[in-house]
Design a protein around this ligand. Structure first.
Ligand SMILES: *Cc1c(COP(=O)(O)O)cnc(C)c1O
Length: 371
């Protein structure tokens, strides 16, 4: 055991050995075990999860699905694609379903990136972009952010002969920043047709801004645009892992070629159809997020803390000093938030917007710690 592994390791895909694995939010059970606390006393605001709990329609759909447990899922996701097509005026052949939108980002990297090519993305952008890129041996072309936001003109200028893909997150995680229609359109005008633009809209349902560029509306205009969305956030299905990409049918065809045949399971498929039909749940998600965001902004302001204005369901709080000890103190009191030192933001903690009660608990605990 262990003999000769070094040679084997050297043969791994270039870039895999030095990629930084994704750091997930700490699970509630884990902290409960460590602290010997009751699970119910812990507040987790670390993974941008929906605090509403599941939609009743989803729960019913899942219960029905149990009868088909022994069957393989529909590998083409016919019903979900039909529901998405109807809702967003897409054709089913424009859609690629993924095991979370993470999976779709991986499919894009596998279909389009390779050694010698690079992917452009912003400093402080979502951590999955470098992982998917390095996993296939392609290079990272990271562009400095401007006020923590994507600097789109600089990103357009960074595109070179070897660039195959540009990843844009709008709003971005973990910063919560957003770019508007004009910025997006003038960016797209500078991108060569041979370069794919991935517009990651994981938080689009939360955005309340007139100048938000809804990526799906731009698909007819830009053949090199891929829009990715997820059921993990506003639709409340993070545990089931389901997301999708919408793009030109020819590109979707390539993505579907590298996709695992049954990448989205039956439970996720039927839950997503149910979630899409539950417009009331979506409206409640948005309303709860809006009121929670106001509550947190007010509370953070009262504590004299600044934060990056956010268009998502989370806020990056600036402590003006290493936030590591504050994170530790919060954990010791049963509050889990997300350190973002791995994003190069050691002075920040990212707080997901929870229920009003959870937000209050976070604010009160933070006040005790800072006192
Ligand atoms: C949460 C998130 C996703 C979606 O993740 P899933 O795999 O769909 O759960 C994608 N992009 C960004 C920027 C995110 O924050």
């Amino acid at each position: 055991m262990g003999c000769g592994v070094e040679g084997l390791i050297k043969g791994a895909v270039q870039g895999v050995a030095n990629l930084h694995p994704y750091l997930p939010g700490k699970p509630v059970d884990e902290l409960a075990r460590e602290l010997g606390l009751d699970i119910n006393s812990i507040v987790k605001l670390a993974s941008n999860e929906n605090p509403l709990g599941p939609s009743e329609k989803v729960v019913n759909a899942l219960q029905k699905q149990i009868a088909d447990l022994t069957r393989y899922p529909d590998g083409n996701g016919f019903e979900l694609k039909a529901a998405l097509s109807a809702r967003f005026k897409l054709s089913p052949d424009q859609i690629t379903l993924g095991n979370g939108s993470n999976d779709v980002l991986d499919l894009i990297a596998r279909a389009f990136l390779q050694p010698g090519k690079n992917a452009v993305f912003s400093q402080y952008a979502f951590a999955v972009y470098p992982i998917s890129t390095q996993a296939v041996g392609a290079e990272l072309n990271v562009v400095p952010a401007k006020n923590y936001a994507h600097d789109l003109p600089a990103m357009a200028a960074a595109i070179n002969e070897q660039t195959q893909v540009v990843f844009l997150a709008n709003p971005n995680n973990p910063t919560g920043t957003m770019f508007g229609r004009e910025e997006f359109v003038s960016f797209m005008a500078k991108v060569p047709d041979r370069v794919l633009v991935v517009l990651d809209e994981a938080y689009s349902e939360y955005v309340d801004a007139d100048n938000y560029p809804d990526g799906l509306e731009y698909l007819p205009e830009y053949s090199n645009l891929i829009v990715t969305r997820t059921f993990s956030k506003a639709y409340g299905l993070a545990s089931l892992r389901v997301g999708y990409a919408a793009c030109a049918p020819e590109i979707a065809d390539l993505l579907n070629r590298v996709r695992q045949p049954f990448n989205v399971d039956s439970f996720a498929l039927s839950a997503a159809v149910a979630a899409l039909s539950d417009t009331e749940y979506l409206a409640k998600s948005r309303a709860l997020n809006d009121s929670g965001k106001s509550q947190l902004k007010q509370g953070l302001g009262d504590l004299g803390l600044s934060y990056i204005p956010s268009f998502g369901n989370f806020i990056a709080v600036d402590f003006g000093q290493d936030a590591g000890p504050i994170n530790q103190a919060l954990l010791a009191k049963g509050v889990i938030v997300r350190p973002v030192a791995n994003y190069g933001m050691p002075n920040f903690l990212r707080v997901s917007i929870g229920t009003n009660e959870e937000n209050q608990c976070f604010l009160t605990t933070l006040q005790e710690i800072l006192a």
